[in-house]
Design a protein around this ligand. Structure first.
Ligand SMILES: [Fe+2]
Ligand SMILES: [Fe+2]
Length: 291
């Protein structure tokens, strides 16, 4: 993969995050701590076309077949053995220098997120979850196109909910011609549990699988569903929820502000924070993980 396309993915990621802030500008629990959405550099014109094109590709190509193929390809976790810190440094090769206001590296975003969780006095597993949550974006560095790494996720194999952003592009998805996949339940059963849905492929599902043996259920839900905005922000797909999902939804909602609204905080001192986080990582995770 050439450098230019890697830089472009980081830039698209930033624009997607800005579009999320435009869609969800409120910051519950963070009043007075965040930059107002309108203060963020105004990318509206360019972001609109870039973000729109991103979702056109995403909604066109994320089919049930595609998701199952990617799960097969990645979830054997036989690509690499790396420590969490090595994965963070690997991810950091996604650099975006296009915006002086939000010019944070990927490591800085992870540490800004985890440090805010830590300042708010949450349990250690929650702090670690903040640190880990975007490590699945190394999919970009394995050569995946950005529409298969980032952006809002949604279940495939059932009718896409109207509340999904740029919903109209699903008309171009080949699954729109398969009647079973267009039923409200599709290939699933009522109340089957959110964890039993095949969500569109991306960085959430990947990091969830890398650490799923080591963290509590709430942490795993935060990792696996943090991009599932149609569910945790819009209230869609309630037909699939099992009773145990209510607590997981609450956990994902508790995590979301830390991901969305910590970008305007000061730049973390990566070297100074490293010993604390190496200790935290070793409390829960083995020295190397399979990726
Ligand atoms: Fe993410
Ligand atoms: Fe994030």
């Amino acid at each position: 993969m050439d450098t230019q396309s890697v830089e472009m993915s980081a830039s698209v990621m930033d624009q997607l995050e800005e579009s999320l802030l435009q869609r969800y500008p409120e910051a519950p629990g963070f009043v007075g701590k965040t930059k107002a959405a309108e203060e963020f550099r105004n990318y509206e014109q360019t972001a609109r076309s870039t973000v729109r094109e991103f979702y056109r590709l995403n909604h066109t190509h994320q089919t049930l077949d595609f998701v199952l193929t990617k799960k097969n390809e990645y979830l054997a976790l036989n690509r690499a053995q790396m420590s969490v810190w090595e994965a963070m440094e690997f991810l950091n090769s996604l650099v975006d220098d296009s915006d002086p206001d939000t010019d944070y590296t990927q490591i800085e975003h992870l540490l800004q997120t985890s440090e805010q969780v830590r300042r708010d006095g949450h349990p250690r597993w929650f702090i670690l979850t903040g640190l880990l949550h975007d490590l699945g974006k190394i999919l970009c560095l394995w050569g995946e196109p950005q529409w298969a790494v980032v952006g809002d996720t949604f279940p495939v194999g059932c009718r896409p909910d109207d509340r999904i952003v740029f919903h109209e592009f699903f008309a171009q998805n080949p699954d729109s011609h398969i009647p079973q996949y267009q039923a409200p339940l599709g290939i699933y059963q009522q109340g089957c549990g959110i964890g039993n849905l095949h969500l569109s492929w991306g960085h959430d599902e990947y990091i969830y699988n890398v650490v799923k043996d080591y963290l509590p259920d709430q942490a795993l839900a935060m990792l696996r569903f943090h991009s599932f905005y149609p569910w945790h922000k819009e209230g869609a797909y309630a037909q699939f929820m099992a009773p145990s999902d209510a607590g997981l939804l609450e956990a994902v909602r508790a995590f979301n502000p830390y991901d969305l609204y910590t970008k305007s905080h000061e730049r973390p001192d990566v070297a100074a924070l490293r010993p604390y986080y190496e200790d935290l990582i070793s409390e829960f995770l083995p020295a190397t993980l399979r990726w």
